[in-house]
Design a protein around this ligand. Structure first.
Ligand SMILES: N[C@@H](CCC(=O)N[C@@H](CS)C(=O)NCC(=O)O)C(=O)O
Length: 218
């Protein structure tokens, strides 16, 4: 039996759910995933009893109820510090926390104009100007990490919370055919081939749910 339950909305569309799942994978926490259709008023009423924000993801583990993606990452880092969700060295940890926080609190244009949709491909998608500056900023964040830590992942040789946080950006670059430089593109390939990502994407493709407004032909 799984030691914990992760309540999510959709594997295909919910980037926050994907991030939380990747945090659990990084921490080695086996979770039972429960996907709830959030448009259903009955489901919303039930979720309100579980999570005051009526939002997913939400993690229940060993008496702890955690909602909000950052809180889940921090909880898991405290639960299993040796898993290295955040680097242990002070300066590097501060850098990691900053870019994780920047993703969590920002990039509104990128997130709303290029919604995550793992099943879709829009190769000729025209990225609007507002989202372009978000894309430039993401690429600058990654470039600084590659220069500083010179690894396959953002903070060095192993994936950590920062990679989980930016993984849905990689999927958006693939879905919308966003042109990026070779180094960023190689990083996206690596993230898309990361075993937990492959597992999540496989299950997202099998999900029956379709959200019409996120599946429009652009
Ligand atoms: N700040 C939240 C954002 C979570 C979020 O936006 N979740 C969406 C699904 S991806 C949600 O639950 N939406 C339900 C709603 O807005 O009614 C976090 O980091 O967990």
């Amino acid at each position: 039996m799984a030691a914990a339950r992760l309540t999510i909305s959709s594997r295909n569309y919910s980037s926050w759910s994907l991030r939380a799942w990747l945090f659990c994978e990084l921490a080695g926490l086996e979770v039972e995933v429960e996907a709830l259709p959030l448009e259903d008023p009955g489901v919303r009423a039930e979720l309100l009893l579980l999570s005051p924000t009526v939002m997913t993801p939400r993690l229940d583990h060993d008496g702890a109820s955690v909602w909000d993606t950052i809180a889940i990452a921090e909880y898991l880092d405290e639960w299993k510090p040796e898993a290295g969700l955040f680097p242990t060295e002070r300066v590097k940890r501060a850098h990691c926390r900053s870019i994780v926080g920047e993703m969590h609190g920002g990039f509104y244009n990128l997130r709303s104009a290029l919604p995550m949709n793992l099943r879709a491909r829009y190769p000729n998608f025209r990225v609007f100007t507002g989202a372009k500056s978000d894309i430039r900023r993401v690429l600058a964040i990654w470039e600084e990490c590659f220069e500083k830590y010179d690894g396959d992942f953002l903070m060095g040789d192993k994936p950590c919370a920062a990679d989980a946080m930016y993984a849905p950006v990689c999927t958006r670059f693939v879905t919308y055919g966003v042109e990026i430089d070779d180094r960023a593109s190689a990083y996206c390939d690596r993230i898309m081939k990361w075993a937990p990502m492959k597992e999540w994407i496989r299950e997202a493709k099998a999900e029956p749910e379709e959200i019409e407004e996120l599946d429009v032909e652009f």
